[in-house]
Design a protein. Structure first.
Length: 335
């Protein structure tokens, strides 16, 4: 066709953006869709089709043997609940931590070994997430990057190879109300659990040691923390705890991570309530789960909690039951 007969510039015609052309109404996505459930491949939006509605608030993609998370999901600005359970995911994209409104994430029954590297304290995910389910995955340890999460209310990590609960969990004592760590490799609970009162706590299926007959204290060992006695970091941590200043990993502009980590590792003596700095005695006490949870899963064996003492004298007082203060006063500070 000649340009004289059509009156069009051929260069202008070839450079025209076809994506800017207005689509028919039948091809445009529905803007009022709030929830979407995808349980078969036929229901999954194609790359060339309408895609995901931009107004989605709840999205469920379950049972599809899904191996890679579609990055188009991370662009949904209003998405609050994302369910990716019963798939074959092996990693989560870092873009997920850039989502502004995501408050509930379910990635249970996948094959995820760890969270992505490069997560920053300032990522929106750390501020908005409140319910996280990573049960039945391939986790070998408690995800370290969770330390940046500010207000988790429910955390499910059952059926993973987790053997230690880190110290940073104490920063959730005012927010975390439901915790599930069933069928892991836990042998004892951290001392920070005395600061919690869960609505729901599930710990069955862990290899807790058997009950002791004559003494509730076992495995007392001397313990020295890194650094020298009286170090500047130790004095800083003691001062922050003494004046009830609570800092978290989200305060990255004020405190470096290693200062926050050290501060969370500072404990009180179980007997005299003194702040411990460099050296102490670590021991384990049997605890009644009713003192830290409204509802707790029944266990066939007792549960032990980590405790600390200034020295052998305080340890003997704990053993004899002559404690200076009740357990519920431990580690309490205004937040």
């Amino acid at each position: 066709v000649s340009t004289q007969s059509t009156g069009r510039d051929p260069k202008r015609f070839l450079s025209m953006d076809i994506t800017a052309a207005k689509q028919p109404k039948s091809m445009q996505p529905k803007e009022d869709v709030k929830s979407m459930t995808i349980s078969s491949l036929k229901q999954y939006p194609s790359l060339t089709g309408l895609g995901f509605p931009k107004t989605l608030v709840n999205l469920t993609i379950s049972g599809l043997n899904y191996r890679h998370l579609d990055t188009r999901i991370c662009a949904l600005q209003h998405l609050q609940k994302l369910d990716l359970s019963d798939n074959r995911l092996r990693k989560l994209p870092l873009q997920l931590w850039r989502m502004e409104c995501l408050s509930c994430l379910n990635v249970s029954r996948n094959q995820i070994p760890e969270l992505p590297s490069g997560i920053k304290p300032s990522d929106p995910f750390n501020r908005t997430i409140s319910v996280l389910d990573m049960s039945s995955n391939s986790l070998s340890s408690f995800p370290d990057s969770l330390r940046y999460c500010k207000s988790i209310r429910s955390l499910k990590l059952s059926n993973n190879s987790i053997n230690i609960i880190p110290n940073f969990i104490k920063q959730w004592s005012q927010t975390l109300r439901s915790l599930e760590l069933e069928n892991c490799n836990l042998r004892n609970l951290p001392a920070a659990f005395r600061d919690f009162y869960f609505n729901d706590l599930k710990l069955s299926g862990n290899p807790f040691p058997p009950a002791l007959r004559n003494c509730e204290v076992y495995k007392a060992t001397s313990h020295s923390r890194p650094g020298t006695p009286g170090s500047l970091m130790a004095q800083c941590a003691k001062a922050l705890r003494r004046y009830a200043v609570t800092i978290t990993y989200t305060d990255d502009r004020l405190y470096p991570d290693h200062v926050v980590s050290y501060t969370h590792s500072v404990q009180h003596c179980r007997s005299c309530l003194r702040l411990l700095s460099e050296s102490c005695v670590v021991f384990y006490e049997q605890i009644d789960l009713k003192t830290i949870a409204v509802e707790a899963s029944r266990l066939g064996t007792p549960v032990f909690i980590t405790s600390f003492a200034c020295g052998r004298e305080c340890l003997q007082r704990v053993t004899a039951g002559r404690r200076v203060a009740p357990a519920h006063l431990f580690f309490r500070a205004e937040r």
